[in-house]
Design a protein around this ligand. Structure first.
Ligand code: PRT
Ligand code: MG
Length: 214
């Protein structure tokens, strides 16, 4: 049995075509079903639904043989015990610093001001500001980061941006782009050895299917 860990939403939706390329069809719709273990048309392949930020943990501890997770999540997790053979080029976005429209971020940085930064991505934010030599107090949040600057709780946020619509709707502007994000295939290192014969062909099909023509 091969177990694949996915999160509901964009990662599930964008992984479906890759599974289809391998002849794998998930037999239930996660938006309709309450099941956490979804069967596929192949008796030896199943999908488990977990929180996006839990995918690396399930794969690390062998709860799943492989999974799909964004670089954002993998960097925060640390990637221990995971083999990352493939950038799937899906669920793309970037990590940015954003501030309230009108806040002079460049000036604050030049002045050596200490910034309070709200984020779910504390590892990424800590590294980024340390490299810039900017002193920050990080405030860990689990969601709705956009709210923090609006109510005066933080000077800036570090968050994922794709279309920029969420920032615009909340009168925030992007002032720095920290890194590009896409989702990676992650594989349990022990599973890769023990289930080579089943996993390798899947990884190869995903590799071919994830290459987008320029
Ligand atoms: O939503 P939940 O709290 O359950 O978990 P999650 O947010 O960790 O999961 P999910 O499914 O939202 O995201 C899974 C992965 O998709 C992330 O780890 C990223 O690698 C990737 N991804 C790609 C994104 C986005 N694009 C994205 N736009 N994840 C989140 N967003 C959010 C962003 O945080 C912001 O709130 O969408 C909002 C901004 O979108 P725009 O289009 O308005 O800029
Ligand atoms: Mg989300």
């Amino acid at each position: 049995m091969i177990t694949l860990a996915l999160s509901k939403g964009r990662i599930f939706d964008e992984t479906l075509p890759l599974l289809a390329a391998a002849g794998i069809e998930v037999l239930e719709d996660p938006e309709k079903s309450r099941k956490l273990i979804l069967p596929t048309n192949r008796a030896d392949v199943r999908v488990v639904l977990v929180r996006a930020s839990d995918v690396p943990t399930y794969v690390q501890f062998g709860g799943a043989d492989m999974g799909v997770a964004g670089n954002d999540v993998l960097i925060e997790h640390g990637g221990h015990g995971l083999y990352q053979p493939l950038d799937l080029q899906i669920a793309k976005c970037h990590v940015s610093v954003a501030v309230q429209d009108g806040f002079d971020y460049a000036y604050a940085v030049r002045q050596g001001a200490r910034l309070r930064v709200a984020t779910k991505y504390t590892a990424i934010a800590r590294d980024f500001f340390a490299q810039k030599g900017v002193h920050v107090d990080l405030v860990k949040l689990y969601g709705s980061m956009e709210l923090a600057p609006l109510i005066g709780m933080a000077d800036a946020i570090v968050d994922l941006v794709s279309t920029g619509n969420t920032l615009r709707a909340n009168h925030l502007v992007e002032v720095e782009r920290i890194m590009e994000i896409s989702s990676q295939l992650v594989v349990n290192q022990a599973a890769l050895r023990l289930k080579q014969a089943q996993l390798r062909p899947l990884i190869d099909v995903f590799a071919k299917a994830s290459v987008k023509p320029e």
